[in-house]
Design a protein around this ligand. Sequence first.
Ligand code: PGA
Length: 249
Amino acid sequence: MRRKLAAGNWKMNGTTAALSELEALARAYPTPSIDVLICPPATLLHRAAEVVRDTEVTVGGQNCHAATAGAHTGDISADMLVDAGASAVILGHSERREDHGEQNEDVRAKARAAMDAGLKAIICVGESLEQREAANTLDIIGGQMSGSIPDQSTGENLIVAYEPIWAIGTGKVPTLNEIGEVHDFIRNRLERRFGEGVGRSVRLLYGGSVKPSNAEDIFGVSNVDGALVGGASLKAQDFSGIIDALLKA
Ligand code: PGA
């Protein structure tokens, strides 16, 4: 049985005042039967970890460096995320692939570092609109998976998030069939590469314009084990709607 996961990605949003949203969330779900994770900006991570200490909610990072330490101005290592209280890290988000030119091999090296540090790596894959229209979606996802996912992956340290680039922050969502097709494909690829046991235990998240209003339908799709949520994770009230839908799924 895969434990469901509601993960929030605050991106470059949130200063001290935003911690009250996290506090409200942790208070609203004292003993959830699913995992609830918030990935705030790095400046808030340690304080966020303090806020959710002794609660069931956990916090994570949005990126890490592949090296453990050294001369890398502005970067953060996986060990530093752990030290700040993180249990997971989002890697290979399309915004990082686009804004920072991250390639699959960069994502793989970061994921290795994250797993070595004891973090769960949430590895993002997803096609552009152009790629979808050219019917290249599964090829693109397959390539990103083989390039970005390290060999040491297990059901415990790997989570894969399918995030079609054109659905992120746009209000556009693939059809349920389209989501199901990609998630089944990802599951299949994981089983082929890592064997059925591991392949079946990795959690698969859908991300891209998930809201309280569409969450229930999305969580009904096979091989969707939760969501990676951007905009709708910033407010406890919105994110609660998504958590509630996942609790019912
Ligand atoms: P969104 O972002 O929910 O705001 O579309 C999702 C993501 O980028 O993880």
